[in-house]
Design a protein around this ligand. Sequence first.
Ligand code: BEZ
Length: 211
Amino acid sequence: MAIRLGDEAPDFRAQTTQGDISFHDWKGKGWAVLFSHPKDFTPVCTTELGAVAALKPEFDKRNTKVIGLSVDPLESHKKWEGDIKDVTGHQVNFPMIADADRKVADLYGMIHPNASDTFTVRSVFVVGPDNKVKLTLTYPASTGRNFQEILRVIDSLQLTAGYSVATPADWKDGEDVIVVPAVSDEDARAKFPKGFVAKKPYLRVTPQPNK
Ligand code: BEZ
């Protein structure tokens, strides 16, 4: 069964480039991004892993650990890291799961047989402090992901968790946010001291509360 939003992210033990881990223990009480790539020594994947390595400080700022996965063995991951550094200038600075027996890929539904029987698709799972899945994304092998977008989603998820706000289309950090409909006008006045504007009774905007 596919993993859906709100499900507990399944726990697993795995071999990684930074040692053996138990996923929930490794993640701890923070946030995590678990993402798969189809295969080592492939062009799009090389650019993606370099991009994630470059953004690691941004994930750290958000108390978010990142972990990659493919169904290649550990030695392959380790060798490939040299190429990633050569091409992108970034040393891979997060663990990559060596899932040669596809245990984790199957657990998370990362193999889509009508796309490929052998390789994982480009899956992304964002997992919250409560170990619940907050976001899932699936891209085909031919399209590299936009990891700035993953950061943007984490910003939105963390605002929702902390302040009962939602974020509008194309929202970026620092822009106005939306008071969720479950909060009454009276509660909103107490909760958002900067005030809010009701564009419609159901669409109330307020300055980003943590700025
Ligand atoms: C790539 O990363 O470039 C790639 C991987 C598998 C299939 C197609 C492209």
